[in-house]
Design a protein around this ligand. Structure first.
Ligand SMILES: NC(=O)c1ccc[n+]([C@@H]2O[C@H](COP(=O)([O-])OP(=O)(O)OC[C@H]3O[C@@H](n4cnc5c(N)ncnc54)[C@H](O)[C@@H]3O)[C@@H](O)[C@H]2O)c1
Length: 251
């Protein structure tokens, strides 16, 4: 898929990895529609040429349906989705205050896993209406897992389970949609310098970065954006989850 003619929804595009991806893809000539629940930051992002914004809660069917209609009206169709909307929740399965709060566990799965699938399935209906290219391709979906899908840490039961679910979407969704020419891949980022990670504080960030093998630093969100673009452009990459982590393996 040629990035300059791509019509891309970026969820979570008001912040962090999603914002970097929206800016990078729009800079390469793509039309971009951001879905985010943060209206203030989303509207600010939409001042960049090539980017429009729809206030969307990815967990809601009605909200995503309205967002997809907005994206089609703005861009004249949808050819790619980069799912970045997500939250992080930390609690032990049994902690000093009792068991992991079930509502927090369910909310994490709902946003990170169900939300990504919700947007992908509805956007894929629009993609299926696209004229196929010479390979028969009509669309591409890029989901965001995490290395926590594989090396989950203490306190990350909800987050790791949600991200393992996202990694688990790549192959069956690719199989489901091969016949209509839609590819599905996921990026499993290591540690990237975004507001989500900054919320941990400078000491924790420095400690985490010191475990990265090489380059020994946190990831730059634009490096995530470059892999998202590669996944959109590379026709033979399908059904795969790729780690982007400087060889970091969490203990
Ligand atoms: N930063 C990292 O180191 C890192 C590492 C691995 C995976 N990830 C994953 O990458 C993705 C992006 O993370 P980030 O670091 O950019 O975080 P971030 O907090 O900077 O951005 C997340 C965005 O998602 C939006 N969002 C949250 N819930 C939403 C909902 N229900 N509907 C619509 N939008 C919603 C937020 O408003 C925010 O703009 C997340 O899925 C995260 O789990 C991040």
């Amino acid at each position: 898929m040629d990035i300059a003619s791509a019509k891309v929804i970026v969820t979570g595009g008001a912040s962090g990895l999603g914002a970097a991806t929206a800016t990078y893809l729009a800079g390469a000539g793509a039309a971009v529609t951001i879905f985010d629940r943060d209206a203030a930051k989303g509207v600010e992002m939409a001042t960049t040429p090539g980017i429009s914004f729809a206030e969307v809660d990815v967990t809601s069917e009605d909200s995503v349906a309205a967002g997809v209609a907005h994206a089609v009206a703005q861009m004249g169709g949808i050819s790619a989705v980069v799912n970045c909307a997500g939250i992080v929740t930390g609690a032990k399965t049994v902690g000093s205050k009792g068991p992991f709060p079930l509502d927090a566990f369910q909310r994490t799965i709902d946003i990170n896993l169900v939300g990504a699938f919700n947007v992908a399935r509805m956007a894929a209906v629009e993609m299926s209406k696209n004229d196929p290219n010479e390979d028969g391709e009509r669309g591409v979906i890029v989901n965001t897992a995490s290395i926590a899908a594989f090396d989950g840490q203490k306190g990350q039961a909800a987050y790791s389970a949600s991200k393992a679910g996202v990694a688990g979407l790549s192959l069956p969704m690719a199989r489901d949609m091969g016949a209509i020419g839609i590819r599905v891949n996921a990026i499993a980022p290591g540690l990237f310098l975004t507001p989500m990670l900054e919320s941990l504080g400078p000491e924790m960030m420095a400690e985490l970065a010191s475990d990265v093998i090489f380059p020994r630093r946190l990831g730059n969100p634009q490096e995530f954006a470059r892999l998202a673009r590669f996944m959109i452009e590379m026709p033979y990459l399908n059904g795969e989850t790729i780690r982007l982590d400087g060889a970091l393996r969490l203990p």
